[in-house]
Each structure stands twice: as C-alpha cells, then as structure tokens.
Write a protein that binds this ligand. Structure first.
Ligand code: SAM
Length: 282
C-alpha cells in the first residue's frame, strides 16, 4: 500500500489576483506545506485570500535539495502544493525537478491548472494558425540567441517566446534579422494587469513600434511570431498524410510511400520525408 501524500502542482495568477481557481484556493488551504519559488512574494497572494500556510522555498538554486526534503514529507504522508511566482509551475519556472522526483518515487502528482501567460496571449491574439511551439525565454547572449533562432527559421508553426523588458528590443532586432521582416509579431504585454497591451505588426516594423513610446518596453512580454510559410513543394495534404499513416501500419516504408504517391498524387519526396519522420517518432 502506498501511504504517501499528494504533490499538487498549482497554477497561480500572472497579474490579476482574481485569476485563481476555487480548486487552487481549496488545495492551498488544505495542504500541509506550500512550496513556493519566493515565499515573500507568495505570502502576498496567500494573505489576500486569508490562507495560513506553512511555506517553504523551492527555487532554481535549491530545487534538488529542497526537493529531497519535500519528498521525505510526501513519503511520510504529508501533502504539498507547489507554486511559482506567477502562472503554472514548471513552465519557464522551477518545479519539474521536484515533480520528476515525486513521480519516480511513486508519489501521486496532481495538476491544478490555471493561468499561463503563453496560453493567455495565444487565446487573445486572433492568430489563425492552430499549431504553436512554446520556446520560452531565448538565450541572453546574442550569438547563442541567433543560433536558436536559426534553428527555428523553417518551423511552420507559431513561435511563442517569453521576454524580459531589458532584453525585448535586442531580441526583436534578432527576430527580424534572422526570421525575416515579413512575418507578423504580436506583443502581448502585461497581460491581466493595468497596462495590458496586445498589438501586432510586421517584424520589420517591430523595433520602431517599441521605440515609439518608452512604456512599450516596460513590463512582461509574450511574443508570438508567425511561423515559416510551408513550402508548396513540401506541403503534404491532410488526406495524403492519412493515407500514408494507414499504409505505414501495414507495409514496409518504401512500398507504403509508393502506394500513397499513386493513390494521392502527392509528391513522392515529400511523402518519403514524412514517412521517415513518422517512423522516427514511433
Ligand atoms: N510560469 C509562468 C507561466 O505559466 O506563464 C511563466 C513564468 S516566467 C519566469 C515569466 C515570464 O512569463 C515573463 O518574463 C513573461 O515573458 C511571461 N509573463 C508572465 N506573466 C506575464 C504577463 N502578465 N503578461 C505577459 N507576459 C507574462
């Protein structure tokens, strides 16, 4: 029998204190320990809701050591809520190490979902591309940042970045420089807060937009950047993809590709590449 307690991974607001679920408040009230990235910061939230909790610090510099102590508590039957300074823990925030340790030890891990800056930005962006890639923070060093962007240049889905105010200008310069000026960027700034701004323009106009008003470089940012255009000759229709998937389940790769080409009329090379990709992800 497993007598260990539960680790709750609890999302907290990204600005507006009302953005917390009733379930999150219940959990924060009822657990034995709340592990927070910055205990002073989180006591503000807990005080606001009249929650008296036993707080302990778990941040990027002590995650393993603090995690081991918390794991002992969990294994002794206590329940723990993990929160970060804002939004969902473990998303560009500490938390994954503890969650990993807990799961490896057979401790039950329960997500309590809620605010997340990337999803909030996407939801209010009006971007029609249904697929997105969450990149999070780009590297601070310019050369490294440009390398990362080079590796993302051909990705045909919306790219989602987090950025800090002191770096937003040079990051946007690099986005335009590496990805090209024609793509659309959406700035989602200070979401859920007083100076919330959601604004879109072409990447080659983005530096001017930021420079037009010093306030535009203040606060917290999510940057959404349009993905690469899919090359005509590479694009495979949904139908061709479905046919290929079915054939690959029954036939060797070469035969499946040949038949799928005959059936759908799609380009053989494109189907071959796709088949290799599918096999790799099996
Ligand atoms: N765990 C958080 C989440 O679920 O979104 C992210 C934490 S990460 C350390 C902080 C970054 O998230 C900020 O630098 C910014 O890029 C983004 N962010 C957080 N709150 C935001 C807000 N209110 N408006 C825009 N971006 C925000």
């Amino acid at each position: 029998m497993n007598h260990s307690g539960t680790l709750y991974v609890v999302a907290t607001p990204i600005g507006n204190l009302q953005d917390i679920t009733m379930r999150a408040l219940e959990v924060l009230k009822s657990v034995d320990v709340v592990a927070a990235e910055d205990t002073r910061h989180s006591s503000g939230l807990l005080n606001h809701y009249g929650i008296k909790a036993r707080l302990t610090a778990l941040h990027e510099h002590n995650e393993r050591a603090a995690g081991e102590k918390l794991l002992e508590l969990l294994q002794g039957g206590q329940s723990v809520a993990l929160i970060s300074d804002a939004g969902t823990p473990a998303i560009s925030d500490p938390g994954a190490v503890l969650v990993n340790m807990a799961r490896a030890a057979g401790v039950r891990v329960v997500p309590v979902p809620g605010a997340n800056a990337a999803v909030a930005a996407l939801s209010a962006s009006g971007l029609l591309m249904p697929r997105f890639l969450f990149v999070g923070f780009m590297p601070a060093k310019r050369t490294h940042r440009r390398e990362v962007l080079e590796s993302l240049r051909d990705v045909p889905v919306t790219l989602v970045f987090y950025e800090a105010p002191h770096r937003v200008l040079e990051s946007v310069e690099d986005l335009a420089g590496v990805l090209g000026g024609e793509r659309t960027i959406t700035f989602a700034r200070e979401l859920t807060k007083t100076f919330e701004t959601i604004s879109s323009c072409r990447l080659d106009a983005a530096v001017d937009w930021l420079n037009a008003d010093p306030d535009r470089q203040r606060g917290e940012f999510v940057l959404l950047v349009e993905g690469a255009q899919e090359r005509e000759d590479q694009a495979v229709s949904e139908d061709a993809r479905r046919v290929l998937t079915l054939l690959l389940e029954e036939l060797p790769l070469k035969q499946a590709v040949k038949l799928a080409t005959d059936i759908t009329g799609a380009k053989k090379n494109a189907l071959y590449e796709l088949a290799l990709e599918m096999k790799q992800h099996e």
